[in-house]
Write a protein that binds this ligand. Structure first.
Ligand SMILES: [Zn+2]
Length: 247
């Protein structure tokens, strides 16, 4: 037994189908359908291409540490800080701040319109503010500052040494759908002017033929066929006189 509303909907659809005029599919309809089908594999290709063409590079700061140098000896001391309290870090007694190091994780996000895959690169140490490091030993000081923070980051298990690639299947599917829509729409838009020109040409031709028929002239050549109307055939070109215009 079928649910009542479904039955009535089915009946309604049958009724609509019965009363609707059958429209013949023309060459443009066919071209559009082929466009829809061809767009499907092309969309796959587009998503694949976008993975290498559209790349967003992102650098995420995982942690920040501040390095201090002891006044008595040149010992470096690193302290992990939160971003919120970065400006008001308590300076350990007998030391001066030397620099701030960010542990940065570079990520490449690929794909358009959605991110369909991403690559995580090994982490990098980025010396952010080292106003107090000056002079010729700047480069070596930088290296020392980075080295001082390394055990701290390593202890917090934040250091990444390997590269990893992730494919986001859900957004891959969404991107594929989006590309399919774009390509299918492009096909439709490309066909539209030709379709419109064809429509105008048919309309003008039909109007001209109908005008001739109304005046009892031959719809094909325009010959005045009033005399031979009962024969139903044009004496000039031999075409039918009672032709109905095409729609
Ligand atoms: Zn004729």
């Amino acid at each position: 037994m079928t649910f009542r509303p479904i039955r009535s909907i089915r009946r309604k659809i049958r009724e609509i189908n019965h009363h609707s005029r059958r429209v013949e599919r023309d060459i443009f309809d066919r071209a559009q359908s082929i466009g829809f089908v061809v767009s499907a594999p092309l969309a796959l290709l587009a998503v694949d291409r976008m993975d290498s063409w559209y790349i967003r590079n992102e650098r995420t700061v995982l942690a920040t540490a501040r390095v201090f140098v002891s006044i008595d000896n040149d010992d470096l001391r690193a302290v992990m800080i939160d971003d919120a309290t970065a400006t008001s870090t308590i300076i350990p007694v007998g030391t001066i701040p030397l620099g701030t190091v960010d542990l940065v994780e570079p990520i490449d996000r690929r794909g358009w319109p959605l991110v369909s895959s991403s690559t995580q690169f090994p982490t990098e140490s980025d010396v952010r503010s080292d106003a107090r490091v000056t002079g010729s030993n700047r480069a070596s000081k930088r290296a020392a500052i980075v080295a001082a923070t390394e055990p701290l980051f390593r202890k917090a298990d934040l250091v990444r040494i390997d590269e990893s690639n992730t494919v986001h299947l859900a957004s891959w599917t969404f991107s594929w759908c989006a590309w399919w829509c774009i390509l299918a729409l492009a096909t439709t838009l490309a066909i539209a002017p030709f379709r419109f020109a064809w429509f105008l040409r048919r309309k003008l031709r039909n109007n001209q033929r109908q005008g001739r028929i109304d005046r009892c002239h031959c719809p094909n050549c325009g010959y005045n066929a009033r005399e031979s109307i009962l024969r139903g055939v044009c004496p000039e070109c031999g075409s039918e006189l009672y032709e109905r215009p095409e729609y």
